[in-house]
Ligand binder design. Sequence first.
Ligand SMILES: [Zn+2]
Length: 252
Amino acid sequence: MLTRRQLLKGGMAALVLNLLPLGDAQGQRARIIRRGRADRPQVALTFDDLWDEFYALRVGQILYDRGVQATFFPAGRAIRANIERPTFAHQHLYRRLREMGHEFGNHTLTHPDITDLSAHRLIWWEINPWQEALEEALGEPYATVAFRPPLGIVTDALYDAILRTGNLPIALWSADLRDTLCAPQDCSMAILSLFERSLANGHIYLQHTVRATAEVLDTQLDRLEAAGLEPVPLSTLIAALDEPDPTPTDGA
Ligand SMILES: [Zn+2]
């Protein structure tokens, strides 16, 4: 059994399988988002998994202190753990992140490799139980902003499952800052160097709630500011994709 880290090292990140249309009755198909608009100076910071409650809260707080709202994709089991056995002083983590203005996306209950999972399994064992866990943690209904498959794996069964569970956008990313793969001694430099190479309109950055990211986040926000890029929640970046292109106003 491969661990997630081994899978990632094996180059399986962002593996996209079977990108064929589903051919269902309405001809509908779940939508894949990899990036925002190229004509707007906006980017989205996204943080996955939330296994470590200390760094999840830390990341949320750093962003909040800088007036930035971001998007978190916790695994459902991480949410359940916070409900059932929270880290000391980290009770109600999800309500606290919500109160800071952050938003949430579905990242499955158990964070599996979904390559061989059926739509039924995805819906009843992963997608719906995630939503139930989040709403229990928040104490209220929640309109989830997107779905992100673990390791970025997209299958026909996933398209099917997404269409049958509210048709959330499938949110991948355009810049993976590889914060769980860097060597401890130069993690900050490695993350920042990847980040600086991807300072451009519309990027969706993939990070995790780990120490390395918590350590560089303030500097990242400085770099965004210097580059004139505004970090917005992923839902804002996605909504902007549907807005009409700016029309020239001259010549009237
Ligand atoms: Zn993940």
